[in-house]
Design a protein around this ligand. Structure first.
Ligand SMILES: NC(=O)C1=CN([C@@H]2O[C@H](COP(=O)(O)OP(=O)(O)OC[C@H]3O[C@@H](n4cnc5c(N)ncnc54)[C@H](OP(=O)(O)O)[C@@H]3O)[C@@H](O)[C@H]2O)C=CC1
Ligand SMILES: CC(=O)N[C@@H](CCC(=O)OP(=O)(O)O)C(=O)O
Length: 304
């Protein structure tokens, strides 16, 4: 039977990408609002009521504004924003994160999609905390590079108009909006140090977590990650050679994959955990479609 889906914010960066992934499907009917009323509260409430699942692709303030109505209506929702990622009333939409997470998403009313940076960081850190390889009181430092589409329409305009001519570091004040979810879902006792950057290219992300693992720890970390994601279609541990000598952030563009690799120097024990994904794929829109499929009881990889 066809399921009705409403993408609130469907002309934004994430919304457009979700629509592209859904519009050719015969099992999904998209509810779309005319341009003149796409921000109209009454029209949106009608669309939420009609939909089997709605996907919020809005800035955080717009999500906070509409969330009480959605709860009162008992609507099933996926939120792509940062608003609810550590809210216990919402299920964290990272099915591969832990045993039982997929089932929790399948039965959830409200699912919060992870952030792109945090998908990478949590995927690398959580299994190693669980295995006793990372001390939750001493998290690794995290760094990375994203394409500018990660900043949505506003940042795309800055780059494509030439206002921003190069690449830059940011988050140096250690208050990045993904830190709470990395701490919570990474099973950490404290927030890690995190310095992201934006590169002068559109799409694709690479993240590194740097830490001391000791002489035997590098192989142990790789084994623990491989065990955690064994059998997963979209998350895999790949040989370090796949990401050496240069880690290329664009190499998974157009896919819903997240690939992890463990690098380091066994002589010194210094290690780099690496994650690569498409920030608009497994980092946002692909992940939202995967969660939608799970919530609707459809084969998880459909359309991905
Ligand atoms: N870009 C990415 O890689 C990722 C984004 N996200 C999250 O997804 C959400 C959307 O981000 P993104 O797509 O990048 O942002 P964009 O700015 O590209 O798109 C947001 C869309 O929401 C619309 N909008 C704003 N306020 C309202 C409102 N009150 N009612 C209806 N529509 C509204 C905007 O309208 P208008 O076009 O008129 O401005 C715009 O089309 C954000 O919370 C972001 O943090 C999550 C993961 C990754
Ligand atoms: C490159 C860039 O600026 N990326 C954004 C994160 C992507 C995004 O929109 O954040 P959410 O996943 O939390 O919604 C940032 O760091 O603020």
């Amino acid at each position: 039977m066809t399921k009705a889906v409403f993408i609130d914010g469907e002309v934004g960066t994430t919304g457009l990408q979700i629509r592209e992934r859904l519009q050719g499907r015969d099992d999904i009917r998209l509810i779309s609002l005319p341009e003149a009323v796409r921000k109209d509260r009454a029209a949106r409430l009608d669309a939420f009521a009609e939909a089997d699942v709605s996907i919020l692709c809005l800035p955080d303030p717009a999500v906070h504004e509409v969330a009480p109505d959605l709860k009162a209506m008992g609507a099933r929702v996926i939120d792509a924003s940062t608003a609810h990622r550590v809210d216990p009333d919402w299920v964290f939409g990272f099915p591969e994160m832990a045993k039982g997470q997929r089932a929790a998403i399948a039965g959830a009313q409200r699912v919060s999609n992870p952030g792109c940076w945090s998908t990478c960081a949590i995927a690398l850190i959580r299994p190693l905390v669980a295995a006793g390889i990372i001390d939750p009181a001493h998290p690794p430092a995290i760094s990375g590079v994203s394409g500018y589409t990660g900043g949505g329409k506003a940042m795309i305009e800055e780059f494509e108009s030439g206002k921003v001519a190069g690449s830059f570091l940011y988050g140096t004040g250690q208050a990045h909006k993904h830190l709470p979810e990395i701490r919570t879902h990474g099973l950490l006792d404290r927030v890690p140090v995190f310095v992201p950057s934006v590169g002068h290219y559109a799409q694709g992300m690479a993240v590194a977590a740097e830490l001391e693992l000791g002489r035997d720890g590098i192989a142990a970390a790789e084994a623990a990650l491989a065990e955690a994601y064994a059998g997963e279609a979209f998350v895999a541990v790949v040989p370090a050679a796949a990401d050496q000598p240069r880690v290329m952030p664009q190499r998974l563009n157009g896919t819903n994959r997240l690939e992890l690799s463990v690098h380091g120097n066994p002589e010194t024990g210094a290690a780099t955990l690496v994650a690569v994904l498409d920030n608009l794929g497994k980092g946002a829109s692909g992940a939202a479609v995967q969660n939608l499929n799970i919530m609707l009881g459809i084969e998880e990889g459909r359309g991905l």
